[in-house]
Design a protein around this ligand. Structure first.
Ligand code: NAP
Length: 321
């Protein structure tokens, strides 16, 4: 087992983690970024990002690449491994990985993001990859000229539905209420897209398939309870988001729905442990907010590490190699 000592360990290479790496390195913290997949996280699945300041329109994967490249400019050490545990300690915190690393660090920034919420209806799990999808950019291509259902009424459902409308013959947006939650600009675009039709006050109660994959959904009217089957080739589910909170150490304060409570410096109630991005309990979840969190957490961590080292009598600056 290898043992290493860092000032700052960042877990997760999405916009929050990468921004934290940029600020950590610029603050002369010996910084390591651990990511189990490719840098970028969820934004890799976005066809286009139109609200990250400075970029009127950029694909998620291109933005991810730019952020990762920016972090590399400062020499961020990157480890491609899965973190299995974060153990708070009095002297150092410990980060363990599936690859057998034991990383000792003064400060930890957790930036693991989240994942799509499941609809939890019959057929969803069985036909995942056979017509059920959580990513239009990844799977939309397979539905060229076909009919699809998009479930949800938020920004994601509308954006992904609009993307699918470029490929599919017809996109039904199934929403459980009589008003969309999405921003007005997206609502107007959905309204103007002739290939999209909103099915109001409707829920999907079952996804059905034959040997070729998904071929129908059962829809239920939420007002009168009536059910009917709609023949369909694919179902895209965008009903929100659940935080990846498995690595949050015991003792850290959480909201009832599983997000981590932090102060305005992204600090948790355990000294030296910070949370950024979508795992934070907050009003909105946006790329720019995750990036801003990364900045704030690293600046706060730099102050924390400096103070801690001074207390420990170590006044030497640990410069990145
Ligand atoms: P969201 O805003 O939480 O919307 C989830 C949608 O799914 C809501 O319309 C909700 O209905 C519906 N829903 C939830 N559970 C359901 C269920 N069991 N059955 C049927 N429908 C269900 O999630 P999101 O769209 O993924 O967005 C997450 C965050 O990211 C938001 O803050 C959003 O603004 C942000 N975002 C921003 C952009 C952008 O600005 N470009 C793009 C994507 C996401 P109700 O409305 O009835 O609750």
């Amino acid at each position: 087992m290898s043992q290493e000592l860092y000032d700052l360990a960042i877990i997760g290479g999405g916009p929050g983690g990468l921004s934290a790496a940029i600020y950590g390195m610029r603050a002369a913290l010996k910084t390591v970024l651990i990511e189990k997949e490719i840098p970028g996280g969820q934004i890799n699945k976005s066809d286009s990002v139109e609200n990250y300041p400075g970029f009127e329109n950029i694909s998620g994967s291109e933005l991810a690449m730019k952020l990762a490249q920016h972090a590399r400019v400062y020499g961020t050490e990157e480890i491609n491994d899965e973190v299995t545990a974060v153990e708070p300690g009095l002297d150092f915190h410990i980060v363990r990985t599936a690859g057998g690393r034991e990383i000792q660090t003064h400060a930890v920034i957790l930036a693991p993001g989240g994942h799509p919420r499941k609809l939890s209806v019959p057929g969803e799990e069985d036909y995942y990859g056979k017509g059920v999808s959580y990513c239009a950019v990844c799977d939309g291509f397979f539905f060229r000229g076909k009919n699809v259902v998009v479930v949800g009424g938020g920004d994601t459902a509308c954006e992904e539905g609009l993307y699918l409308a470029k490929l599919a013959a017809k996109v039904y947006l199934v929403h459980r209420r009589d008003a969309l939650r999405a921003s007005m600009i997206l609502q107007k675009r959905v309204e103007a897209e002739c290939k999209m039709e909103v099915l109001w006050n409707t829920v999907v109660t079952e996804i059905k398939a034959n040997a070729d994959g998904v071929n129908a959904v059962t829809l239920q009217d939420t007002q009168n309870g009536d059910k009917q089957d709609l023949p369909i080739d694919g179902v895209f589910i965008f009903i929100g988001f659940e935080p990846n909170n498995q690595l949050v150490p015991a003792g850290i304060r959480m909201s009832p729905d599983g997000f981590v409570v932090t102060n305005d410096q992204c600090a948790t109630n355990i000294d030296g442990i910070y949370v950024v991005g979508d795992l934070r309990d907050r009003y909105a979840r946006q790329i720019v907010l995750a990036a801003a969190d990364g900045c704030m957490a690293s600046l706060a961590a730099a102050h924390y590490v400096e103070t801690r080292k001074a207390k420990m009598g170590d006044l030497t600056c640990v410069l990145p190699e």
